[in-house]
Design a protein around this ligand. Structure first.
Ligand code: ADP
Length: 734
């Protein structure tokens, strides 16, 4: 036997009843018999100690015997086959010593649990059918949820004749409220009363959820022990979770006795998989409903649950449809206006979206209040010191002051709050005003227990006198459809913000582009204008040099240097000019021969004269190019010029011009065996005015910038492969 086996404790009182393991209470209600058998053999292993009274069979005649001694061999055989075939076990009518019983079998892991209860009295099938028809018709025609509850209470009272029938609805905290009631005229009404969650503890709720209908036939009954206490099959107390005859918790018995209740039956109302409430019936004296009546009751509760679910769904859909229309209008507004703060508060306001008193928008450091809300300072404090620290994007409550005590000061306007973080520091907030509520408790909920002298233990409260409590600092609850629609709006607002940011960036880009164009135009004009005076200077310097050279004496050297410098300046201006021209020029593409183009360039450079030592290899039949010939002329000219220039110092300069196939594309190259380029400069050389070869080589540092610009304009790319001292290969593709 495992050490984890749970036992029903010796002493149960109100202080530990929340943990009471009611499923292993080890007792049966006295109006029936609980039997347990070994599942394989159907040998009887345990039974409640009232077999003599109920079946007229003493326990000794039963223990260790086959189940057939009670139910007969025919029934036993039937049961065995079903167990073998794993078919579901339905209730069976059986006869024991000439009397009618109903056997309700339940399969456990290794055992069969059987409830046997009397079937004496009438079972009128016609009545049963009439009841079902009434249930269906009356529920269908009921309007609101309130009507439905009243109808359910009325039908239950009519069918089963309990003294009091209550529809009991749970709130979020599992407190229950009597939302409909049918009672004997003389009895005091409990309608509207609330009962604290502790009156029906969690494990009872779980069993209601599981079994759906629970009858207590006689509150003043003495429950009958099951013997032996531990199951010979499992070594543990028998699990009675599924038994309708399960003995009642002594605490609950006392609770009912304190209320003056003699018998009860309860059905669970389960809506969308959750315990919504209970239909509870009280009788002043003992009262038993047989299995068929209980099934009727179960059916009623089931239909009632369905109808509630239907109405809740409908109301959800209706409300969602309304707020969706408002949301759509807000989106249109947001898209047509500029400032979010304005577009969310113009004709349609964000506060129209959900039922609320007012709201606040905090966007880009600006706060805007709408409708009824706390003051600006209070809202800022709330955002800064509370909402900002929340992990989740959405926060809502109907009792703000419970989470944030400062809210006590403005509970009239904002007991309820629904807050949405749009982005890092931006919030949308809806406020709900305080709804002062007088809650009528069935007894003081704080005093759920009292000390019982006689029983020497804590007992459930004796007084169920009306006890009023004024609830303050509370708003109505936020509903699922409220949350859904604000979450949808959150997406919309985020989208609009992003869209606006994108537009802004595009605008900036356009401005930048324009500024760039202007600058280019300016530098083109400037270079152009510089050339004329420079020509003048050069002319005069040449006159000085030629006509007055002799009389200048030492000064002639200065004139020579100045002429040299003007030459350099001219070159620089030319390069800048062609760069700007390129930048502003339109691109005109056509197909042309690359070999021809290269030939022209070599002619222009007059290489035979200028670079007599350099060996020049040009691949024949290079693939034709498709592009702007004028621009590509500049590109090739610059690359070839560099190759010639930077290889001119080596012993046997050689340059090679050609094309290769790389990744299915034509890649042209210009290769030299010159000074090469250090890896750290291989990217930088393509920037304007960047030169790394030293003063020995003339240049402006613009050539490769032109080359790069041309490839870019053609949607191509250029790169260099080189080792310092070992020449360079420039590859490009257009
Ligand atoms: P530059 O007028 O100085 O030649 P470029 O823009 O054409 O300006 O080239 C930039 C720099 O790149 C050069 O100053 C030089 O340092 C380097 N460079 C360009 N081509 C070669 C080459 N074929 N071999 C070695 N270095 C080169």
């Amino acid at each position: 036997m495992s050490s984890h086996t749970e036992f029903y404790p010796e002493k149960i009182d109100i202080s530990n009843c929340e943990k009471e393991p009611i499923h292993i209470i080890g007792k049966s209600q006295s109006h029936g018999v609980i039997l347990a058998c070994r599942l394989e053999t159907l040998e009887i292993t345990q039974c409640s100690e009232n077999t003599a009274k109920v079946f007229s069979m003493p326990q000794d005649d039963i223990f260790g015997k086959p189940l057939s001694v009670i139910i007969g061999s025919e029934q036993e055989a039937k049961l065995k086959t079903k167990i073998l075939k794993e078919e579901s076990l339905l209730p069976e009518e059986i006869s024991i010593k000439g009397r009618s019983f109903l056997m309700l079998p339940n399969r456990l892991e290794e055992e069969l649990l059987i409830d046997c209860e009397s079937l004496e009295g009438v079972n009128d099938p016609v009545l049963f059918q009439r009841q079902l028809t009434r249930i269906l018709n009356n529920f269908r025609s009921a309007g609101s949820v309130g009507d439905l509850c009243r109808e359910a209470a009325k039908l239950t009272k009519d069918f089963f004749a309990y003294h009091r029938v209550m529809i009991y609805q749970f709130d979020k905290e599992w407190n229950g409220e009597v939302v409909a009631e049918e009672k004997e005229e003389a009895a005091e009404s409990w309608l509207g009363l609330r009962y604290p969650a502790s009156d029906i503890p969690a494990q009872s709720r779980a069993l209601f959820f599981k079994n759906r209908v629970r009858i207590i036939a006689n509150v003043n009954d003495v429950p009958v022990p099951i013997s032996p206490q531990l199951s010979p099959v499992t070594g543990k107390p028998l699990d009675l979770s599924n038994s309708g005859l399960r003995g009642v918790s002594p605490i609950h018995i006392e609770y009912l006795q304190n209320m003056g209740v003699g018998a009860s039956i309860t059905a669970a109302i389960v809506v969308k998989g959750k315990l919504w409430g209970l239909i509870t019936c009280h009788h002043n004296s003992a009262k038993f409903l047989n299995y068929y009546q209980r099934e009727s009751f179960r059916f009623l509760a089931q239909m009632f649950s369905n109808e509630i679910a239907l109405r809740e769904t409908n109301s959800f859909l209706e409300k969602t449809a309304i707020s969706e229309r408002i949301r759509e209008k807000l989106v249109v507004q947001m898209n047509s206006g500029n400032r979010l703060l304005n577009t969310l508060t113009s004709e349609v306001k964000f506060t129209d979206l959900v039922d609320c008193g007012g709201g606040a928008l905090f966007i880009d450091g600006e706060l805007l209040l709408e409708g009824r809300s706390p003051s600006e300072a209070e809202v800022m404090f709330l955002i800064g010191n509370f909402l900002n620290s929340k992990q989740e994007d959405i926060y809502f409550t109907s009792k703000l002051s419970e989470d944030f005590s400062e809210a006590q000061n403005y509970k009239e306007a904002a007991s309820g709050i629904l807050s949405l973080r749009i982005s890092e520091n931006n919030f949308m907030i809806w406020f709900r005003p305080e709804v002062l509520q007088t809650v009528e408790w069935g007894g003081n909920p704080e005093k759920k227990m009292s000390y019982n002298e006689e029983k020497q233990r804590l007992s459930p409260r004796k007084s169920f006198e009306k006890w009023s409590q004024l609830l303050t600092g509370t708003s109505t609850d936020w509903q699922d459809h409220d949350l859904n629609v604000v979450k949808a709006l959150q997406e919309n607002v985020r989208f609009v913000i992003l869209e606006k940011q994108r537009n802004k960036i595009e605008e900036l880009n356009a401005e930048l582009l324009k500024a760039n164009e202007e600058l280019e135009l300016f530098s083109y004009g400037l270079s152009h204008d510089l050339k004329a005076p420079l020509r003048g200077i050069k002319g005069y310097l040449q006159i000085l040099q030629e006509d007055f050279g002799k009389s200048l004496g030492e000064g002639k050297e200065y004139v020579d240097t100045t002429l040299d410098l003007t030459q350099k300046m001219n070159l620089l201006i030319d390069d800048i000019l062609s760069y700007s021209r390129l930048n502003s020029g339109e691109i005109k593409k056509k197909k042309f021969s690359v070999n021809q183009l290269v030939g022209e360039i070599l002619d222009v450079f007059n290489v035979k004269m200028n670079y007599p030592r350099t060996k020049i290899l040009v691949q024949e039949n290079m693939p034709e190019a498709f592009g702007d010939r004028r621009m590509l002329f500049q590109l090739w000219a610059n690359l070839i010029n560099n190759a010639l220039k930077y290889s001119s110092g080596v012993e046997e300069p050689q340059i090679e011009i050609g094309a290769v196939r790389k990744e299915n594309k034509n890649v042209y190259f210009v290769k030299d065996n010159g000074i090469g380029i250090a890896p750290e400069f291989q990217e930088k050389i393509f920037e304007t005015f960047s030169r790394f070869a030293g003063e020995k080589f003339q240049g402006s540092g613009i050539g490769l910038a032109i080359v790069k610009l041309v490839t870019e304009k053609h949607g191509g790319k250029i790169w260099v492969e080189s080792e310092p001292g070992n020449g360079a290969v420039f590859y490009f593709q257009i």
